[in-house]
Design a protein around this ligand. Structure first.
Ligand SMILES: [Zn+2]
Length: 284
């Protein structure tokens, strides 16, 4: 009896060790490089009066005008604090408007640093917002459909997509003269998407086709990844089409997953495998 107990203990010990080793492997191979890369920011002066700050959570944009500064997405953690300092310096003596592309923490956690600012977000309503994020990040205006914001040299069209795509109220910001589009997480550049809750991969596919026809585009600021041209939409659309194909045909799965090996991803959470799972779970 005693020796049997010892064997069980040994087996348990080996299982624990294996689990710890797997955890460490996933952490060092995927999590750590991902988190390190996520924290890094880069400043890009895209043109007169438009600065893009990539990374540190979602990508952000700062439009400056004589009397107005418009900030798109407020980032998270240290990067949010740095962005806040930069924006407050640029907005001295001016009105500041903040636009949130959607309610995920990596895009809006910095909201809490901007006391009394006008913050515009899609029409989630208090209850849904508070389930996803902190009270201190609540916006001051729920945008139902569209609005225009006049800059000195351009006009921003703020669009609530108002249907489940990445979330239920994804907002895009399109500069009518510059033809620059901030997409939030509706377009990512070489990064697998997070498809949680109300996310709908089929709706993404419809969105890509509509987008191509609706707006002439010179540059896209994706939710994550480098600034791109319209090809970022083609790449991201191809990713969704490939994952749909893999969902329907398991024989192709390995090959299609391998195609996106160099995209930023996290196993099981934001990865080709997770997107395939999403398509399978939402089939019919
Ligand atoms: Zn994001």
């Amino acid at each position: 009896m005693k020796s049997k107990f010892k064997i069980i203990l040994k087996v348990l010990g080996v299982i624990m060790l294996l689990l710890a080793a797997t955890g460490a492997f996933v952490y060092f191979k995927y999590m750590r490089p991902f988190l390190t890369a996520m924290k890094q920011t880069e400043q890009v002066q895209l043109n007169n009066n438009l600065r893009v700050v990539t990374g540190g959570g979602g990508n952000s944009g700062i439009y400056t005008s004589k009397k107005l500064v418009v900030l798109i997405d407020t980032k998270m953690d240290e990067a949010a604090k740095e962005l806040h300092e930069q924006v407050m310096e640029m907005a001295k003596g001016k009105k500041l408007i903040i636009i949130n592309t959607h309610y995920h923490p990596d895009h809006i956690d910095g909201n809490l640093l901007y006391k009394n600012a006008t913050i515009i977000a899609g029409n989630y309503g208090n209850e849904a917002w508070l389930k996803a994020s902190k009270k201190e990040t609540l916006p001051s205006i729920w945008l139902k459909d569209t609005m225009h914001i006049a800059l000195d040299d351009d006009t921003l069209l703020v669009i609530n997509m108002a249907k489940n795509i990445h979330t239920s109220n994804d907002v895009m910001v399109y500069a009518l003269r510059r033809k620059i589009l901030f997409t939030g997480d509706l377009v990512l550049n070489h990064q697998a998407p997070v498809l949680m809750g109300e996310a709908d991969a089929e709706a993404y596919l419809k969105f890509f086709d509509e987008l191509m026809n609706q707006y002439p585009i010179k540059a896209i600021i994706p939710g994550h990844g480098n600034i791109a041209g319209i090809e970022a939409v083609d790449d991201f659309k191809m990713y969704f089409l490939d994952m749909k194909k893999a969902a329907l045909n398991p024989d192709l799965e390995d090959e299609l997953i391998a195609k996106y090996e160099d995209w930023r991803q996290l196993p099981m959470f934001m990865s080709p495998g997770a997107t395939i799972k999403h398509f399978r779970a939402h089939a019919n």
